[in-house]
Design a binder for this molecule. Structure first.
Ligand code: TMP
Length: 203
């Protein structure tokens, strides 16, 4: 099973993705955690180009090419091999981030994103959790990390608000695959909500 976590910056999705992996591993299941952009040696190299530096460093079109290059390498080297050996793959961000960040908010390029995904990647997640949170809260959390990987966070609060709306729209279009979880709850509550949905889908 291929599971993805999505949401705006600072939504807490990374913590939740890792928590799900720990829970499944503790149950004796073969399960890996991975992330995008990144998740393979080549894709981690491309990640640096995308998440560091000036917000105006790349156009949305160039970003789409870079995210797809990273994703293709990640799919070939990490995701596909794990799925083929029967492991569950839990991925922190995937193509829904490209659909919303580059396809809706950075520019009106949703068709291009879907077209490229169909040609170059061709793999959709089986189950997607969208952790929804107020952007003002999330932005504070995100910037507090001060990781040097803040290129998209530096695009500002209005950008994050539009991302949130974009993810909600995407969830409406994909009700079977996408599950929206209230990220303002405690970490434990969000974790329980994730697990309940996972169990209802996986069994
Ligand atoms: P992260 O902080 O969740 O690791 O993600 C890095 C940044 O990259 C985050 O701000 C979202 C952005 N991003 C996109 O804009 N498009 C994409 O396709 C992906 C995977 C991430």
């Amino acid at each position: 099973m291929f599971i993805t976590f999505e949401g705006i910056d600072g939504s807490g999705k990374s913590t939740q993705a890792k928590a799900l992996v720990s829970t499944l591993q503790a149950q004796g299941k073969s399960c890996i955690w991975t992330r995008e952009p990144g998740g393979s040696e080549g894709a981690e190299t491309i990640r640096k180009l995308l998440v560091e530096g000036d917000p105006n460093r790349w156009s949305a079109e160039t970003e789409i090419l870079l995210f797809n290059a990273a994703r293709r390498d990640h799919l070939e080297k990490t995701i596909q091999p794990a799925l083929l050996r029967g492991a569950t793959v839990v991925c922190d961000r995937y193509v829904d981030s490209t659909r919303v960040y580059q396809g809706i908010v950075r520019a009106d390029l949703r068709e291009l994103v879907d077209l490229m995904h169909g040609i170059i990647i061709g793999r959709e997640a089986d189950l997607t959790f969208i952790i929804d949170i107020d952007p003002e809260v999330a932005l504070t959390r995100g910037l507090a990390r001060n990781s040097g990987e803040d290129r998209f966070e530096d695009m500002g609060l209005d950008f994050q608000k539009r991302l949130r709306a974009g993810f909600m729209e995407l969830a409406k279009q994909n009700t079977k695959r996408c599950h929206v979880i209230d990220g303002s709850q405690t970490m434990e509550e969000v974790g329980r909500a994730v697990l309940t949905i996972y169990e209802s889908v996986a069994t």
